[in-house]
Each structure stands twice: as structure tokens, then as C-alpha cells.
Design a binder for this molecule. Sequence first.
Ligand SMILES: Cc1cc2nc3c(=O)[nH]c(=O)nc-3n(C[C@H](O)[C@H](O)[C@H](O)COP(=O)(O)OP(=O)(O)OC[C@H]3O[C@@H](n4cnc5c(N)ncnc54)[C@H](O)[C@@H]3O)c2cc1C
Length: 483
Amino acid sequence: MSSLSFERTQSVAIVGGGPGGYEAALAAAQLGADVTLIERAGVGGSAVMTDVVPSKSLIATADAAVAISEAGDLGVQFYAKGEHGRPLKPQVAINLAAVNKRLLSLARQQSDDMRTSLVEAGVKIISGHGRLEGDHAVIVSTDEGGTDFDRIEADTLVVSVGASPRRLPSAMPDGERILTWTQLYDMKALPEHLIVVGSGVTGAEFASAYMNLGAKVTLISSREQILPSEDRDAAAVLEKVFKRGGMSVMNKSRAQGVERTADGVLVTLADGRTVEGSHCLLAVGSIPNTAGIGLAEAGVQLTDSGHIAVNRVARTSVPNIYAAGDCTDFLPLASVASMQGRTAVFHALGDIVIPLEQRRITANIFTAPEVASVGFSEQDVLDGKINGVVHKLPLASNPRAKMIGMKDGFVKLIARQGSGTVIGGVIVAPRASELIYPIAIAVERRMTVDQVSRVFAVYPSLSGSITDAARAMHLVNRDDAIL
Ligand SMILES: Cc1cc2nc3c(=O)[nH]c(=O)nc-3n(C[C@H](O)[C@H](O)[C@H](O)COP(=O)(O)OP(=O)(O)OC[C@H]3O[C@@H](n4cnc5c(N)ncnc54)[C@H](O)[C@@H]3O)c2cc1C
């Protein structure tokens, strides 16, 4: 383990033990600092306890259900022998109680593993609610009543307190029928009819998962298309797949209120229409957990939405206070939170720092199919933010896609006009989260489409479509290029 030499040991106090705080703590311990992490719920944060780990584990079950239901296309048949030896076609059934038990246990396990890693690295963990006292101390209330306090002084403070589901006064969650995503895992059986309010990433992922688990799903979107901030072609593919799977997608429909009925929920739309279902999931965004923790008093600048304003090394307006993750005004992704946490500590403790750049960030939407993206988008090109050329290659023409029975998806590459440097990409496919990596490397290393096209891809493979798309962009540096 390397350690930088300081005149005296530096101390770092971190509030919040999600991906941002966890990575900050590990990096600080590695650099030889005296590290205290304050966490009020569980190490791993919302990412591990309620957001990423449980949702992606649920989606793994949904993917298995899809694989079974589509296996027939490849000639796989399931049957049981009925009366007189006649074949019976069995149905796929989901035991949601068992699924939820599994994913909550995975979350606990992951949280325990992370706590162990911190302890082994020498991080002191304090369980309690932290609040800044000035710019060099954190007060921690360590009991429920808030009467027992610890006071931690540190040279550097890192705030990584995350965010919580946004609640609407006209649609208050009750934990039984009207739910935020943190309350989904108490359901004992599949909802008969789940109404998902909000068609951003979280809404789309859960709508896709519950549909594929066998629930009737209605997705209510206030915009013209679901996933309004994502690639339009990708959103169109998903909408088509959702509708084909039986989902009711209600675009241009703003939900105004949600209330309980005798045996379900009633969603009222802004235009007076109503939708009845058994359960309602509210996926209408998050609010940062930044209120009442002494940030403004310490001089930390907040945005109008309550997020902490940070620069590209995760530093706030106060020189020795850093912030990482969903509580900042950067992108709300676990991978970004981790990177910000590490960057903050490297900067504070004088290690090598590479400032964060949005153009390098890779993201994925875990629907079926998945939507992975990196770098600049086609919309950025259309808006004139960057002089780029876009090429889209449907995966239907890919031989491997045909062999595995894949029906939907595409590879899209975005390159700079003139140089042909790859500046972005989108992949819609099963496991797009794994397939995007070569494009992310191309973006990071500023490779040209010609360089990407020369890389050997396995035949047959889905990644072959990445080299095919790059090859099709060979003439990207010519003004008369037709792509
Ligand atoms: C349903 C869902 C699925 C997601 N899936 C993905 C995904 O697949 N990939 C991805 O990259 N991102 C995903 N995200 C986003 C990801 O969960 C967040 O970006 C990530 O959790 C941010 O990490 P964080 O450290 O900022 O905050 P958190 O994970 O929220 O952790 C913050 C921690 O701070 C603690 N805390 C808060 N206030 C205090 C206080 N005053 N004192 C002490 N402790 C405090 C909290 O208890 C919490 O443990 C998903 C989000 C949702 C909602």
C-alpha cells in the first residue's frame, strides 16, 4: 500500500457511506490519512440498500423470465406429462416473496462486505446522523433521540449524503399500494396492475422489469416519448418493445394525484382522465439530502434545487469541503459518485488528480433490451454543441443477433466531423452495459473510427457491429460523406 508523506497525518471526515463516501474513505485510508466515516443507515448507502443492488437483482430475475419465455423461438420446449402422457405446457410463475428475500439478502451481504473492507483499511465508522459544525467539524447524533453526540474534527470534510425519492403532496406514498422505489421490496406477490408514474430511467427500468415478471403495467409519461433525456431512437425501440409486451404506455399524460381506493389505487391525470390499478410506483425524481446539515452555515454554496455546487475535482465553494455523488450538481450515478469520492480525496491529499469530464461518462438503462451510452449524444450534434457525424446500424443485420433470436437494438457511433474521432455512442441490446466498453475506450483514448474499425472483432459477435459501424464511417472526414 502506497502512502504519501505528510508533515503530520491528515484527517478526513466523511458524511455518508454510499459509493461516494465509501470510495473517498478507501482512497483516503490508502493515502495514509486518519479517516472517519459517518453513516446513519448502512454502509453502501441507498445504492446498495434500496437502489442499484436490489433493482438490478430484480431485473436479473426478470431477464431470466424473458429468456425462458423466448426460448421457444430457438426450439426449446418445456412440458410436463399430463393425463395419459399428454404434454402440458407449464407456465412461468414468479415467487416475488422469494425474489425480494434474495435481493434484500444480497444487499445486506454487499453492505457487510463493504463495511469489512473499510474496517480492514483502517477507517473508523460511526453510526449516526452527521451535521457540519463550521468547516472543520462534524457533529454526529448517535442515538435515535438525538441526545448523544460525537464531535469529529478533520482537516478535510467530504459530504456524500445522497438523495431520497421525491414525494408529491397529492400522491403520498403509504408503503402498501402507493410506493416509492425504496418500498417495492416489501411486496409479497406480483402486483396485479402496477401503474408507474414517471418515465425517466427509474420508471422505465421498473416498468420493464415488472412487465417481464408477468404484471400488467401502465407507464405514465408527461412527455411525448418515454425516457425524454435519452437517445430518441433508443427510447423509440423501448416504447415499441414495451407495447409489444402488453404495457400500456401513456405519453403526454401528467399525473396530478394518486389516491387509495378500496382495493387499489386511482391515478388522476392533469386533463381529468383517471387510471385504476392495484399499485402505484412513484418514480418522479429525487431530492438531495442536504437540508439541515449545516452546509449553508459552513459557507457551502447550494444550487436552487438544494444540490451542492462542485467543480470538476468535487470541491465545494469552501476549500477544504468536498462533496460527491447524488447530493452534488453532477450526474446521479453510482459510478460517478465513486469517481467523485476518489477525486475529492486525491485532490485534498495532493495525489494525482484527473478532473471529471462528462464526455467520458458511461451510463446504462437496465431495461430489456438495455440502453448504454457514452460521451456526446446525437442531440448534442443536432443542437450544434459539437460538429459531429452520426451513424446507426440496426442489430437485426448482425449474424450473432439472428442466431440468438435478438429482435431489437442498434449500435450508434458519433464521430467528430473532420478528424473522425469517436466522441460518443449508444448501444441498444441485451447486455448493452457490457458491449459499450469498447466505445468508452475509444472515446477516452480519442480513437478515430478508422482505428476502431481495424480492431479484430470475433465473428460472429454483437461487438462486430461496432467495428462495422466504424468502418461505415471511414469517410467521415469528407464533406460529401453519405453515412
Ligand atoms: C432505483 C435506482 C436504481 C439505480 N441504478 C443505478 C445503476 O444501475 N447504476 C448507477 O450507476 N446508478 C444507479 N442509480 C443511482 C445510484 O443509486 C446513485 O447515483 C448512488 O446511490 C449515489 O451514491 P451516493 O454515495 O451519492 O449516495 P447514496 O448511495 O444515497 O448514499 C448516501 C448515504 O448517506 C447517508 N446519509 C445521508 N445523510 C446523512 C447524514 N446526515 N449523516 C449520515 N449519513 C447520512 C445515507 O444513509 C446513505 O447511506 C440508481 C438509482 C435508483 C433510484
